[in-house]
Design a protein around this ligand. Structure first.
Ligand SMILES: Cc1cc2nc3c(=O)[nH]c(=O)nc-3n(C[C@H](O)[C@H](O)[C@H](O)COP(=O)(O)OP(=O)(O)OC[C@H]3O[C@@H](n4cnc5c(N)ncnc54)[C@H](O)[C@@H]3O)c2cc1C
Length: 392
């Protein structure tokens, strides 16, 4: 089967590997000119890691993963501990460690696994058209390509989604801006094997260990969308947002080199929708379920898509359109659940309703780990990789 994938992100490349492993002829096109992922790193929870294991990348992804043994919350203003607990129960219950990974490393691994000769960069898809027998995509440079199946893994602003739904999609602002990057690991910010989060006033500063003795940091600042930001401002917006915060936070801000690693992303999501396919064209990843990062499941969900897509094409034989409909049926409800969970958590933690966020802080002060672990495992329990929870 000839497969075209639009988008060489985590979704597109993982789908490419899944279909290649079944012997299909996969070509991936992306508009980018070089591999420079937006965002410094991300957490791969066991559901996402399990898909990568299934794709044959077990050792490689383990080598990229930071060692994250414990999790802790601290009061952002004083630095006083609110709670600290082991993440071992997540591993024990799910059968797989979680890995924070630098995005550029993961992206390079996935692109390499697909095979660089299968990926063409600098190719912006502008149109899709299909007959009963095949699909043709047109690129901005006038070139066309034809296949039996097109996967639109073209991210949050997907043009394929417009084609599948027959209309443009509204995105919803989540109410905050996320700043993220990589810094050298430093115990003055938090232990090097710990996911440490400072919270106060609806804001958050968090560090997670990734390979290479580095911390992935992310800072959430509730603010309106569309504020002017000049890259030359560097760390200044963070210094303003976190003035007077605890010493560990100031150490982090001092360590950020904006020329090396600092990204600013407004967080938006898309209301869940349940039409992911049109004939021989299907959506996958953020194009299908653009999610706020508050439960760290967007990329994991894209990996789940690739798992199901691979499974469907490995096990059914009634043709492309039928297989895609089965993929859609298996995925939309689960992906929607994660989008809504993330949205709820974004609302709870960012002070949009100060009483709700204050209650969350109070809960953290009493937290033994049990509730947080239940939440993390709860995000994973319904994953398709768990076979109905049997392998959670
Ligand atoms: C701040 C932040 C933190 C996050 N943290 C986590 C986390 O901890 N854990 C987690 O699991 N997820 C996390 N996510 C979510 C995760 O980043 C996304 O879900 C994931 O990267 C989506 O991958 P994708 O391949 O679907 O889309 P993308 O990575 O957006 O890739 C889409 C690709 O399509 C290309 N493209 C778009 N339009 C066209 C076109 N017309 N023609 C050709 N190419 C096109 C783009 O250039 C791009 O390369 C986070 C997201 C954000 C914003």
């Amino acid at each position: 089967m000839r497969v075209i994938i639009i988008g060489a992100g985590i979704g597109g490349t993982s789908a490419g590997i899944a279909l290649q492993r079944l012997g299909h002829d996969v070509r991936i096109y992306d508009q980018i000119r070089e591999n420079r992922p937006v965002g410094a790193a991300l957490s791969l929870w066991p559901n996402g890691v399990k898909v990568l294991n299934w794709l044959g990348l077990r050792d490689e992804v383990a080598a990229l993963g930071g060692r994250m043994d414990t999790m802790a919350y601290a009061d952002g203003l004083t630095g006083d501990s609110m709670c600290r607990f082991s993440l071992d129960p997540v591993t024990a219950q799910t059968g797989q460690r979680s890995y924070p990974v630098a995005r550029a490393d993961l992206q390079a691994l996935l692109m390499d696994a697909v095979g660089p000769d299968r990926i063409r960069l600098g190719m912006r898809m502008v149109a899709v058209d299909q007959t009963e027998d095949e699909v043709t995509v047109t690129f901005e440079n006038g070139e066309t390509a034809t296949a039996d199946l097109v996967i639109g893994a073209d991210g949050a602003r997907s043009a394929t989604r417009d084609y599948v739904l027959g209309r443009p999609t509204e995105r919803t602002y989540s109410g905050y801006t996320n700043f993220n990057g990589l810094v050298p690991a430093d115990t003055r910010i938090g232990p090097v094997d710990q996911w440490t989060t400072y919270v106060a006033d609806g804001k958050r500063v968090s560090v997670m260990p990734v390979a290479g003795d580095r911390f992935y940091f992310f800072c959430d600042v509730p603010q309106p969308s569309g504020l002017a930001y000049d890259r030359a401002d560097g760390v200044a917006p963070l210094r303003a947002a976190f003035a007077g915060w605890a010493p560990g936070v100031q150490t982090l801000l001092d360590a950020i080199d904006p020329d090396v690693s600092l990204n600013r992303v407004e967080i938006w999501d898309v209301d869940p929708f349940h039409t992911w396919t049109r004939g021989r064209v299907a959506l996958l990843g953020d194009s299908a379920h653009n999610t706020a990062p508050d439960i760290g499941q967007g990329a994991c969900s894209a990996l789940e898509d690739s798992f199901v897509l691979g499974l469907v094409f490995a096990t059914t034989s009634l043709g492309v359109t039928d297989s895609l409909r089965r993929y859609e049926r298996a995925r939309t409800e689960r992906a929607a659940d994660l989008v809504l969970r993330a949205r709820k958590r974004a609302e709870e933690t960012h002070g949009f309703d100060p009483e709700t966020t204050a209650a969350w802080y109070e809960g953290l002060r009493r937290e033994t780990g049990e509730n947080v672990i239940r939440g993390i495992v709860g995000n994973i329990a319904d994953s398709p990789v768990t076979i109905g929870g049997l392998l959670t």
